[in-house]
Ligand binder design. Structure first.
Ligand code: ATP
Ligand code: GLA
Ligand code: MG
Length: 533
């Protein structure tokens, strides 16, 4: 599914019919606001959506496969390059936001060869700058080191709730990088190149994230979920859920607990990335032959549990003279057992305990290697729990994919030998996997929160097959697998037992629970003959 980011000729290429009216108004508002801000029409608009993750939580940065899908809510970025160049050796960025009271306009003069991002401040334009930085690196690779970036006037509008677990950040970064590519004459932008640059460049804002969000935002196709794998190389494939009666829907319910990853990174998100990486190093030191180095990979800290996984089985097969005897599922089950036997300390491991096992002379070498770029605050690192979550969640993704494959092959053959003989059975099995993910996120990975747990309990009681947090967690959104005839039940129950107890605006209340159909990924809109409007 690689190839170039599609060029949209009309909004129908981007949105489903039911969204067209609202989106047309919104795009027209963007265009007229652009004109009133900058005095002329934009040349083009880039667009990238948010995503909801169906299964595979907190395993992308350990390089295990995940199953997200794009949603309708997105970031649109209108651009013009018609502004005079500032002083020699620099280009100018003027950037404004449709929500201008919340996100103030800015202007930057930037040297041709370096985009400075201050990750110590929480500033919305850092997300644009990180897309800019990544795109310029790619443009320099293509056109040589003395490439001169174009100045740009930008107006952005984002409808993905910020910090809501639906990846407003990746929608913004990928739309920004795409806009920079197009502004500099590249209208044919390779999806894989765009995704890879956005994955790396989003880390410049101070969150050491994986690659799921950017992949979902760029590669998604209308009507399909997306299976994303990260090794040996980034690959994204559309996945269909079987048609059932009643239809299976994905319901997204907000908790209205804002989880700001930038602010809580040192004790939540970035700490989990460090814990998983330390677990990989620790397991390697104890279980692989002395002196074994884990392979460098595309994970945020350069080594991963997936890297340990592959090395461990490659070496044990090599030593026993056998070739691959275990399926990936069996390998993961084996790793789960090994983890339980090896990482026995429920209370977690101190820096000195880990440094000693890794053969590092002191804890400062450990900090230097693992926590210097993204500082974390922890006395103990819960290696056991984090590795157990990652291996078990990777297994759940495979189980869910197997269920989908079995159901599609059994529905296309007349003699069904599937274990999930009815749609009801299949849906219950899919839902059970989502519920197991939520249990693991709550108990083992500790990334849920009381509000999300409550929402999941209410939804299951009202007819959801499976309910869980989606995205980073610690607040944000939840996803629910609900048969169409139970959607109203679930909505009403959530309203009665959760939302009515919060102080919400009319708009928040209306958007609190939405049925989400898999939407399309990034696109460039160059406008028709009559211009953009
Ligand atoms: P998750 O990563 O859990 O899926 P998220 O991506 O929404 O959720 P963050 O990664 O914390 O959450 O990114 C949120 C940040 O992205 C905001 O704090 C803001 O700086 C930026 N952002 C998101 N939407 C907008 C917007 N419409 N306008 C300006 N900045 C935005
Ligand atoms: C955030 C990150 C992703 C992923 C999820 C958790 O959304 O940006 O890379 O790690 O959390 O699955
Ligand atoms: Mg994000």
């Amino acid at each position: 599914m690689s190839g170039p980011v599609p060029i949209a000729n009309s909004l129908e290429d981007i949105y489903t019919r039911d969204a067209l009216d609202t989106q047309t108004k919104r795009w027209n508002n963007l265009l007229s606001k652009f004109e009133s801000t900058y005095g002329h029409q934009p040349e083009f608009v880039s667009r990238s959506p948010g995503r909801v993750n169906i299964i595979g939580e907190h395993i992308d940065y350990s390089l295990y496969s995940v199953l997200p899908m794009a949603i309708t809510a997105d970031t649109i970025v209108a651009v013009s390059t018609h502004l005079p160049a500032p002083k020699e050796g620099t280009f100018r960025i003027q950037i404004a936001n449709v929500q201008d009271s919340k996100f103030k306009s800015r202007e930057f003069d930037i040297p041709y060869d370096s985009v400075d991002i201050d990750a110590t401040v929480h500033e919305w334009t850092n997300y644009f700058k990180s897309g800019l930085r990544g795109a310029l690196e790619l443009l320099r690779k293509k056109h040589g080191a003395d490439f001169k970036p174009k100045s740009m006037q930008i107006l952005m509008d984002g409808t993905v709730p910020a910090g809501g677990g639906l990846s407003s950040s990746a929608a913004f970064v990928t739309a920004s990088a795409l806009a920079v590519m197009a502004a500099n004459g590249e209208q044919t932008v390779d999806k894989k190149e765009l995704t890879e640059l956005a994955i790396v460049s989003e880390r410049a804002v101070g969150v050491n994230s994986g690659g799921m969000d950017q992949s979902a935002s760029v590669f998604s196709e209308r009507g399909s979920a997306l299976f994303v794998s990260f090794t040996p190389t980034l690959l994204a494939c559309p996945v269909s859920f079987p048609p059932t009666t009643p239809e299976l829907t994905f319901l997204i319910a907000q908790s209205f607990v804002t989880a700001d990853k930038f602010v809580t990174g040192p004790i939540h998100y970035n700490l989990r990335v460090v814990e998983c990486t330390l677990a990989a190093a620790y397991l390697n030191a104890v279980l692989n032959p002395p002196g074994t180095l884990l392979p460098g990979d595309a994970s945020p800290l350069g080594i991963s549990l997936h890297g340990f996984h592959e090395t461990y089985f490659a070496l044990s097969e090599h030593n026993s003279g056998a070739t691959s005897s275990k399926s990936i599922t069996e390998q993961l089950e084996h790793l789960l057992e090994l983890t339980k036997q090896t990482l026995t300390k429920e209370e977690g491991y101190t820096r000195s305990e880990i440094a000693a096992v890794l053969g590092l002379p002191s804890t400062s070498e450990l900090d230097q290697k693992f926590t210097s770029r993204f500082p974390v605050r922890a006395e103990r690192f819960k290696l056991r729990q984090r590795a157990i979550h990652v291996f078990s969640e990777a297994l759940r993704v495979l189980k869910l994919m197997n269920l989908l494959e079995t159901s599609s092959s059994s529905s296309s053959s007349s003699s069904s030998s599937s274990t999930t003989s009815t749609p009801e059975d299949l849906n219950s099995c899919l839902g059970a996997l989502l519920n197991e993910t939520q249990d693991s996120c709550r108990e083992v990975y500790e990334c849920s929160c009381e509000e999300i747990d409550r929402i999941c309990a209410i939804a299951r009681q009202a007819g959801s097959y499976g309910s869980r947090l989606t995205g980073a967690g610690w607040g944000g959104c939840s996803v629910h697998l609900v048969p169409a005839d139970k959607v109203n039940n679930v909505k009403e129950a959530l309203e009665r037992e959760y939302y009515s107890k919060l102080e919400l605006t009319e708009e928040q209340r209306e958007g609190a629970v939405v049925v989400s159909k898999p939407g399309s990924g990034s696109a460039l809109y160059l406008g028709g003959k009559e211009g953009l409007a």
